[in-house]
Design a protein around this ligand. Structure first.
Ligand SMILES: [Zn+2]
Length: 435
């Protein structure tokens, strides 16, 4: 294929530039922390409908879903709709909910993480529909809720509970227009020590639970220095992220101390091993360690629950999904994108990490700006990303044709699953899903 298609796609996307920018600014201006996304979801649904996308609906937990094309090969394109809070508003030099537009950039909470994907995927789907969806292909667009609270949960719901069966997944987490193919996993772990309370004036009569925790905290700091490094994904890490204690009063010896640990798992580390490491710390004899659970409520009123285990995942660079998305990017940008990985976690922990569905990421915006008080995205990158999203189905369809000696779905998916098994054994936490 020549670059002509890429040039045409870019020109077509540019015709929608002002509408993409307007839509992005409007959704930035609607606050939507996890579980409180209703107004923004309704706005996105209205835009999908205006663009003429098919099957526009809310799923059972409130994510917005639409489809283009009706083939058996399903490409899911996901952008999460929720954002983290803004912290102290005074720490922002502009209103985070205004969708400030200046100097060719759009600013605000979500301007990187990851509302550009919502806007660009919607307009990319529109361009795709105008150009014609390749035979045999269907794109399922998802603007997913709750990602910031429990990454993976919304796609787990859509796939496991609602029967949407993607063959491949494209994530809209920021990649600065490169192609990302994995990231470290993560876990939330809590450690509790117990003591005996006593009056502060007779503290020698008590057993201070905080003092029992202190050497464990030092053990954890020492453990972090010993965790393995993977050349591609980076280092496994652990850090204390929260400390709390229970005490009858400020004049008493605390009888319980609790810490929470943020654990990042690199290639080759399993959740089971990570938990066992904590239980084996030199001073952990008297402590209890367990995986944290997450409980939330969706804006539609559904109770949500999941253990805080988010598996590591990597897909090989040679996988046709990685290559197809890279080809689409190269057609538009006239250069090969870098193939890299995220430092943070994404909904890929469900699609690739738990389910073995080949997953990759492509989006505008720089990951290191996510969750900061200076989130911005370049308008030029919005236009490019929109063009790339519109071409991804064509490039994947070409790869499928090249693979036509075999039924296409099995090899693509099993290649993903093979990798998942190698990089992370999550047997204790794996959901049973028959795709
Ligand atoms: Zn994100």
């Amino acid at each position: 294929m020549t670059r002509t298609l890429g040039t045409e796609a870019l020109a077509a996307a540019r015709r929608y530039e002002s509408e993409i920018v307007r839509f992005l600014r409007e959704i930035i201006a609607i606050p939507a922390e996890s579980g409180r996304e209703q107004a923004r979801c309704e706005r996105v649904k209205a835009e999908y409908e205006k663009l003429g996308l098919g099957g526009v609906r809310f799923d059972g937990i409130g994510s917005v879903v639409a489809t283009v094309g009706d083939g058996p090969f399903v490409i899911m394109m996901d952008g999460h709709i929720d954002c983290v809070g803004v912290g102290d508003p005074k720490s922002w030099s502009y209103d985070p909910f205004k969708g400030k537009f200046e100097g060719g950039r759009v600013y605000g909470r979500g301007a990187v993480d990851e509302l550009p994907a919502i806007a660009c995927m919607a307009y990319g789907a529109r361009l795709l529909a105008e150009r014609g969806v390749p035979p045999g292909v269907r794109v399922v667009l998802v603007a997913s809720v709750l990602e910031e609270d429990c990454d993976g949960y919304p796609l787990m719901h859509l796939i496991r509970d609602e029967g949407v069966r993607p063959d491949v997944v494209v994530l809209g987490e920021p990649t600065d227009l490169d192609v990302y193919r994995g990231h470290r996993g993560r876990m939330g772990i809590e450690v509790v020590t117990r003591g005996v309370s006593a009056h502060g004036a007779h503290c020698e009569r008590g057993v201070n639970a905080v003092y029992k925790m202190a050497p464990i905290i030092a053990d954890i700091e020492a453990l972090n220095a010993t965790l393995p490094v993977d050349d591609f994904l980076g280092k496994g890490t652990i850090t204390v992220s929260y400390v709390d204690c229970k005490t009858p009063s400020f004049n008493a010896v605390p009888d319980e101390c609790r810490i929470v640990l943020d654990r990042r798992l690199t290639a080759g580390e399993t959740p089971e091993q990570a938990l066992a490491q904590i239980r084996a710390l030199p001073h952990a004899d008297a402590a209890e360690a367990r995986v944290l659970s997450w409980d939330g409520t969706t804006w539609t009123g559904v109770s949500a629950h999941q253990e805080q285990v988010f598996p590591t995942w990597v897909i090989p660079e040679a996988h046709p999904l990685v290559q197809g998305v890279a080809d689409a990017a190269a057609l538009v940008m006239g250069r090969q994108p870098s193939i890299s990985r995220w430092v943070f976690s994404t909904n890929g922990v469900a699609t690739m990490g738990r389910l073995g569905i080949p997953t990759v990421g492509f989006a505008p915006g720089r990951e290191e700006l996510a969750h900061t008080t200076n989130e911005w995205v370049a308008v030029e990158d919005l236009v490019k990303a929109t063009a790339v999203y519109s071409l991804i189905p064509h490039e994947l369809a070409k790869k499928l044709t090249a693979d036509s000696s075999q039924p296409h779905q099995t090899p693509w998916r099993s290649r993903g699953a093979e990798v998942r098994r190698r990089t992370c054994d999550v047997t204790r936490w794996t959901f049973v899903v028959s795709c």
